[in-house]
Write a protein that binds this ligand. Structure first.
Ligand SMILES: [Zn+2]
Length: 224
């Protein structure tokens, strides 16, 4: 098989779009750490230097992807390409955030900022964190919202994890609405509403958009 050297602009394109993050690490584990790795030819043909055929992979995943194992089903090319799409979208989002130099000003006393803990859901705990974003102004307050929800904490092999992360605007001083993208242009909506010193979360469905069976539904109190 003839190995054509990768043209420099193509190589740069792959390295910059991936920021040297491995799309299999990201696709399987949401791992966005910088990795030592290589540019892989996804169709295993080293002569096919089309950018759609290339992905930056960590050494471990490059070996795993290239090896033919009868022990278990190998990762498919379609799967890895989907992971790559998701990684590139995520990186593009992260790297186009505005950069702040010097001091960041956030509202002085924000009643919603901080951690909120779910109550009344037994041992399947959930926590949500609200961080007001700089450049918020009256009438447009943005929060970075992140959280973790557990399902099946008492199961012998451990709980399922639900993970939520987005940036949203506070509407009418009390509500943040998040339309979470699903596959194939669908979204599922989650409402986070601050009422009477509590936080109430409603989800459109129980399909486990944030992780198998894990849900953020319920009432939360502010952690002190
Ligand atoms: Zn990897």
């Amino acid at each position: 098989m003839s190995r054509k050297p990768l043209p420099a602009p193509t190589e740069t394109g792959v390295l910059v779009q991936s920021r040297r993050r491995c799309c299999i690490c990201f696709g399987l584990n949401r791992d966005t750490q910088l990795k030592a790795g290589q540019i892989a030819h996804l169709d295993q043909k080293s002569s096919n230097n089309a950018e759609t055929n290339l992905a930056f992979l960590c050494f471990e995943h490059h070996d795993e992807y290239d090896s033919v194992s009868s022990q278990r089903k190998n990762l498919t090319i379609g799967e890895v390409k989907q992971f790559r799409t998701e990684l590139y979208e995520s990186i593009n989002k992260a790297f186009t955030q505005q950069v702040h130099f010097g001091e960041i000003t956030t509202p002085a006393s924000d009643p919603f900022a901080g951690s909120w803990i779910r109550v009344g859901s037994g041992e399947d705990g959930a926590e949500l964190n609200f961080t007001p974003l700089p450049d918020s102004f009256e009438g447009n307050v943005q929060y970075y919202v992140s959280g973790l929800a557990l399902y099946g904490t008492s199961r012998p092999y451990g709980p399922n994890l639900g993970i939520l992360e987005f940036t949203g605007e506070l509407i009418e001083g009390c509500e943040i609405v998040y339309a979470r993208p699903l596959r194939e242009d669908e979204v599922t909506t989650t409402w986070l509403r601050f009422i009477d010193g509590m936080l109430e979360v409603t989800e459109e469905n129980w399909l486990g958009a944030y992780g198998m069976n894990a849900s953020f539904r319920g009432k939360y109190i502010k952690a002190v």
